[in-house]
Design a protein around this ligand. Sequence first.
Ligand code: ZN
Ligand code: ZN
Length: 239
Amino acid sequence: MAVKRVIEGVHVVPMGMANAFLIEGDDGLTLIDAGFPGKAAAAFGAIRALGRSPDQLRHLIFTHGHPDHIGSAAAIVRETGARTYMHPLDIPVAESGGPFRPMRGAPGLLRQVMCKLFFHPDERLEPVAIDQPLTAGEILPIAGGIEVIHTPGHCAGQVAFLWRPGRMLFAGDVCMNIMGLGDPVGFESLDDGRASQRKLASLSFGAVGFGHGAPIARDASTRFHDKWGTGEARRQSAA
Ligand SMILES: [Zn+2]
Ligand SMILES: [Zn+2]
């Protein structure tokens, strides 16, 4: 079963061109995102590969409400009873199962093509009920503390999570790491998306996981500073 450790306590779960992440805490397992539709078995396989059982999945938290991040959510919740969390701006789309707000391809030919290939606003999914709306700045008392950072742009309800015990950031689709660190495939608002990239570049973290592309296991915030940091943040990271 393909489950790969990123850092102690965090594994990446390949969900078909999209990543989900499992965090092992003293209070059970937490899954960040739920991949494309039809990928629930991949999540359960990953859980079993860690010597756990699906009923130990306690929390399912979403970076945002796009089909490649919530596609298997309903099936996973049915099997595990996990509690679900999402930013309020994306809850209506998750609970209706689509259609999705339109998004424009990010600058550059590769992303324009990928956006057309992988994002279909009129896609319909099995709806998933959200138990708890996320609040910007709150620290969820899960797995030792998960900070919620509102990072709109790609999607209005996009959030990033900072898992404090492991200093690992879960960036969702604020950016991706396919052929290098860069933009996601598209934006609802490019200006907001840039502001969110700068916001993440101002933070300090060791590892980062993306919705798409390979995670970075160490010194990740330096890479963000170099890419999106202000001059001040870049000088500090060089010092
Ligand atoms: Zn997305
Ligand atoms: Zn995505």
